[in-house]
Design a protein around this ligand. Structure first.
Ligand SMILES: Cc1cc2nc3c(=O)[nH]c(=O)nc-3n(C[C@H](O)[C@H](O)[C@H](O)COP(=O)(O)OP(=O)(O)OC[C@H]3O[C@@H](n4cnc5c(N)ncnc54)[C@H](O)[C@@H]3O)c2cc1C
Length: 331
């Protein structure tokens, strides 16, 4: 549907070096649903250089219109340049809703756009809906350490939210979908005070992309015991995760933390070893496809959320598992 009606839902399409961040497709999936509830259009704004092909992808993933800002000055993310162009677009298009990913780029851009638009911003949403009574955006996110789920509404427009990566379903790609690509004139800002000196490749793991995660909790006795988890995850082609206390103790880097104040993960297999299953930990991994828990306490809450429950000592279960897997792969 492409209506000429004002407003609608707009999604910030995040890209780096021409690679669209997958959160964009998750936002388009949810954005489509919201736009249909409102009976309005779903648009997306894409900024960068030589990115016309990516604009088409956004249409295949659900956008009715893509506002394209293609210019050498936008090649690398610059929060001031991006903000200037997005703010004028939002003012012209009078979007009702503007969504960004809760990624480092989205978290940096969102508040600046919101301040310039004199509107609110709800960070780190895990769900979004439309209030059937007044058509406003209901922004849903955990509050008070995840003990309650708050439903937040904004009086001003656009209603803005950042959304956590991997909490929403990615939109379906349909190459038959039609839409408009509208090239916009780029507002050039010659000097923003930001100079990119060098791009450093991501160090360590990106746990949110892992297909298998073997996670350890306070059931581990000492930092060196992570080696057991590393061995199992290596055999399964996965990566190691952790509950927060071990990260706080400095046993493992923060990039491995799963949960409310860490990463949200959705692997094919999540193996929780010596993790009790606090609401804050569950928040980050409960949408995993298959959850296997190893815990010596049969009443551990994690078992209520697990597909396979192994009641036992991880120091006996893990070596046995590793031995069997090694046998089957001939190591
Ligand atoms: C604001 C806030 C944010 C937070 N964010 C996060 C977060 O992002 N991620 C997170 O994980 N936590 C977070 N927490 C902490 C959270 O509340 C819990 O304290 C934490 O998840 C508990 O970690 P755990 O399961 O490893 O430890 P515990 O709860 O102590 O559980 C250890 C488990 O190991 C089992 N066990 C012991 N020995 C063995 C053995 N030999 N073999 C098998 N099982 C064994 C025990 O039966 C127990 O169930 C947060 C807390 C707050 C207040």
């Amino acid at each position: 549907m492409i209506s000429m009606e004002e407003g609608g839902v707009m999604v910030f399409a995040e890209q780096e070096d021409g690679m669209v961040h997958p959160i964009t497709y998750e936002l388009l999936g949810k954005g489509r649903e919201l736009a249909e509830k409102l009976g309005k259009d779903l648009s997306s704004v894409l900024l960068g250089y030589n990115i016309e092909k990516e604009a088409l992808e956004l249409i295949y993933h659900g956008a009715d219109t893509v506002f394209l800002y293609d210019h050498p000055s936008l090649k690398d993310f610059d929060v001031i340049r991006y903000k200037q162009n997005i703010v004028s677009l939002l003012k012209e298009e009078k979007a009702d809703i503007f969504l960004l990913g809760a990624t480092p780029i989205g978290r940096s851009l969102g508040p600046r756009v919101a301040a310039a638009m004199e509107t609110g911003l709800t960070a780190d949403c895990i769900e979004l809906d439309i209030d059937g009574a007044d058509g406003s955006l209901v922004q849903i996110r955990p509050a008070f350490s995840g003990n309650i789920i708050a439903r937040i509404k904004t009086r001003t427009k656009p209603q803005m939210a950042t959304v956590r990566y991997k909490v929403m379903k990615r939109s379906h790609r349909d190459t038959m979908r039609k839409g408009r690509i509208v090239r916009r004139e780029v507002k050039e800002v010659s000097e923003t005070g930001i100079h990119l000196l060098k791009k450093e490749p991501l160090k360590g793991v990106d746990i949110s992309e892992a297909e298998v995660i073997v996670s350890g909790g306070r059931g581990l006795r000492k930092p060196e015991d992570f080696k057991l988890l590393e061995e199992l995850s290596r055999l399964l082609g996965g990566t190691v995760g952790s509950s927060r206390p071990l990260v706080d103790e400095g046993w493992i880097g923060r990039e491995h933390q799963v949960g409310f104040s860490g990463n949200t993960v959705k692997p094919k297999v999540y193996i929780a070893c010596g993790i009790s299953g606090s609401p804050q930990h569950l928040f980050g991994m409960r949408d995993s496809e298959v959850i296997i828990a190893i815990n010596k306490d049969p009443s551990a809450p994690i078992f209520k959320f697990s597909d396979y429950c192994i009641i036992g000592d991880l120091y006996e279960v893990l070596p046995a598992l590793i031995r069997e897997i090694k046998k089957s792969v001939g190591e």
